[in-house]
Ligand binder design. Structure first.
Ligand SMILES: Nc1ncnc2c1ncn2[C@@H]1O[C@H](COP(=O)(O)OP(=O)(O)O)[C@@H](O)[C@H]1O
Ligand SMILES: [Mg+2]
Length: 410
């Protein structure tokens, strides 16, 4: 195995320290460490820290840049040596770093200041910055020691939580409305019955009252379905064969696809099992198929496919989801419809994001799919070309059988 630079530093350090502690024992000096040794520890700790550790001179130019800084901002120490630290801020906020450096230069210490800096690739990265002045032996200001921690993950988690709360309150709102609606429909049915009872049998108006009654009953049943959907039911995850689940939802979605949409099913025979609430899995399947249908206003082709994949190493699905290495069951829905522009594609999982006009969409379908997939430890990916179509793939951790191995491969 090749060693990377960090391990090499650590390895040489181990050898040196073993030799010097043998010498220390010979001298009878016990466990005491020399300044040199302590410095070596500090150097290794700084180099291997996951946080970005940056040193600047009194003029604000970068003189120290550790591996954490490289990972966080994408620049190598070679890229940044001698460049002003202010270059890390987005142009609009360049003054902010300058002000921070002035404060540190005047002897101030900045603690856990949260801001946004820029990566080499132009992406913004949320950081929490601590900056401390460094003085020479004579007490002269030599520069700043800066520790920047990447907090983008945490920020995204906070956003997710907010989205989940929004979804939850929407569910409650819909539930409340469905309840009132249901009561109104019951009243309409009651009055229709009263009206009919006052008419002589075979009166023509009887038919009209019957229609009123039927329509109100349909409305009540819609409201009840909405109620059932929004009601907090306990989750009942079970080991579900995903191919079988798609098969049993097929009737449901075939009826809404219409004749101009050709549906192809490619269900893996083994299918693989995932531990998921069957009602939620059905929601995911339906949402994806209905979106595909909506992307095919003039008809076209939808493919629903199941399979399994084994990830040798962690896979970054998008900016917010990383799948751990391991075996996954996949559910893929592909259409050859309108596709999406990159702008739309970037936002599809946002709650309430919809491009469907006039109440055609809620913007909650994909947000819900992603919430469900993530909750079981999976995720959902999207690929699309405007004009060519889209593909959504749901990954769910595959249930291992007793022996601990994934059940038989296809
Ligand atoms: N298969 C698809 N093809 C093209 N666009 C899609 C597809 N699926 C989703 N989208 C886009 O993502 C948006 C959000 O989808 P979704 O969260 O299900 O909400 P809704 O369907 O209510 O609009 C849609 O409005 C549409 O712009
Ligand atoms: Mg939808």
């Amino acid at each position: 195995m090749r060693m990377n630079a960090d391990e090499f530093v650590v390895a040489t350090f181990h050898r040196k320290s073993a030799a010097s502690s043998a010498a220390a024992a010979r001298n009878g000096a016990g466990q005491e460490q020399s300044d040199d040794e302590r410095l070596s520890y500090l150097r290794v700790a700084a180099e291997s820290s996951l946080d970005a550790i940056i040193g600047t001179g009194a003029d604000g130019r970068i003189v120290l840049w550790n591996g954490g800084a490289e990972r966080c901002f994408g620049y190598t120490s070679h890229d940044v040596a001698g460049r002003p630290i202010a270059a890390l801020a987005p142009a609009a906020e360049a003054g902010e770093i300058a002000a921070m450096m002035r404060q540190v230069g005047a002897g101030g210490r900045i603690t856990r200041y949260e801001t946004t800096w820029l990566r080499k690739d132009g992406c913004r990265v949320g950081v929490e910055v601590t900056a401390t002045p460094v003085y020479g032996d004579g007490g002269d200001y030599r520069g700043a020691a800066i520790v920047a921690r990447d907090v983008s993950e945490r920020r995204r988690f906070d956003e997710d939580l907010l989205h989940a709360e929004k979804l939850e309150s929407l569910g409650q709102l819909a539930g409340g409305m469905a309840h009132d609606f249901n009561n109104l429909a019951t009243a309409i049915i009651g009055y229709a019955d009263l009206g009919m009872a006052e008419l002589p049998p075979h009166a023509r108006a009887c038919d009209d009252f019957m229609h009123v009654r039927d329509t109100a009953e349909r409305a009540a049943s819609l409201a009840q379905r909405l109620l059932a959907y929004s009601r907090k039911r306990p989750m009942r995850p079970a080991d579900i064969n995903v191919s079988r689940a798609v098969r049993s939802a097929e009737d449901l979605f075939r009826t809404v696809l219409g004749e101009r949409v050709h549906l192809a099913m490619q269900l893996s025979r083994d299918g693989g099992r995932a531990r998921i609430d069957p009602g939620e899995l059905e929601q995911v399947i339906l949402n994806l198929v209905l979106n595909a249908r909506d992307a095919l206003p003039g008809g076209g082709r939808i493919t629903v496919e199941t399979g399994t994949v084994v990830l040798e190493r962690a896979l970054k699905l998008d900016r917010e989801t990383v799948l751990a290495a391991g075996a996954y069951v996949t559910l893929t829905v592909t259409d050859d419809g309108t596709g999406m522009t990159p702008d739309v594609q970037r936002r599809v999982f946002e709650p309430f994001f919809t491009t469907k006009r006039d109440g055609g969409g809620t913007g909650l379908g994909l947000a819900n799919c992603r919430r469900i997939a993530r909750r079981v430890g999976g995720g959902i990916s999207v690929h699309s070309e405007p004009g060519y179509g889209s593909m959504f793939r749901v990954f769910m951790p595959r249930v291992q059988d007793e022996a601990g191995a994934p059940s038989m491969e296809r």
